[in-house]
Design a protein around this ligand. Structure first.
Ligand code: ADP
Length: 154
C-alpha cells in the first residue's frame, strides 16, 4: 500500500497541535506506520528542501524548522500521497481552504504546521531520509475491512 511522509513542524509542536493533527489522520482512516520526534538541522533541511536552497528565504526556513523538535510520521493508505496533500491544503495557510489542516490551523506561508510529500516518488525518498527501515511498521490494522471495500485493497 502507498506510503507518505509527514512532518509536524515546530509551528505545530510549539502550538500544541500534535494531537489535533494525529486525531484527524486517525479519523480519516490513514494508517500510522512510523512516528518519532527528532531535532532537524541545516544539513537534513538542505536535502529535504533542495528545491528551495537558493531562495532568499531559505535561511528563515532553516530557522523556523529547527526552532523546536518536529514529529515525523509515515502514513499508509490507498492513494495516501494525494489524500494527505489534499488534507494539508495549499502552502500559504492564509489561502488554504477551511477544512484543511493549514486552512484550519495556520495563518502563515512558512509556519504552516505540516509537511506532506508531493509525489509517490518523493515520498519514498523522504521516508528513507527520516526513518531507518526498522522504524517503519508495515502492519495491517484489524479494522482494514471497514476502511476500504474489498476491491479497493487488491
Ligand atoms: P509545500 O510545503 O506546500 O509542499 P514548498 O515545497 O513550495 O511547499 O515549500 C516548502 C516549505 O517552505 C513550505 O511549506 C514553507 O514552510 C516554506 N516556504 C515556501 N515558500 C516560502 C516563502 N515564499 N517564504 C517563506 N517560506 C516559504
Amino acid at each position: 500500500m502507498e506510503q507518505t511522509l509527514v512532518i509536524l513542524k515546530p509551528s505545530a509542536v510549539e502550538r500544541c497541535l500534535i494531537g489535533e493533527v494525529i486525531s484527524r489522520i486517525e479519523k480519516r482512516g490513514l494508517i500510522i506506520c512510523g512516528m518519532k520526534m527528532m531535532q532537524l538541522d541545516e544539513s537534513i533541511l538542505r536535502e529535504h528542501y533542495a528545491h528551495l536552497v537558493d531562495k532568499p528565504f531559505f535561511p528563515s526556513i532553516v530557522e523556523s524548522m529547527t526552532a523546536s523538535p518536529v514529529v515525523v510520521m509515515c502514513l499508509k493508505g490507498v492513494d495516501v500521497v494525494n489524500v494527505f496533500r489534499t488534507m494539508t491544503g495549499v502552502t500559504n495557510g492564509r489561502n488554504a481552504t477551511p477544512g484543511t489542516l493549514r486552512g484550519d490551523f495556520c495563518m502563515s506561508g512558512q509556519a504552516n504546521i505540516v509537511h506532506a510529500s508531493d509525489s509517490v516518488e518523493n515520498a519514498k525518498i523522504e521516508i528513507n531520509r527520516f526513518f531507518k527501515p526498522e522504524e517503519i511498521f508495515d502492519y495491517t490494522p484489524a479494522l482494514i475491512g471497514y476502511l476500504y471495500g474489498t476491491d479497493e485493497l487488491k
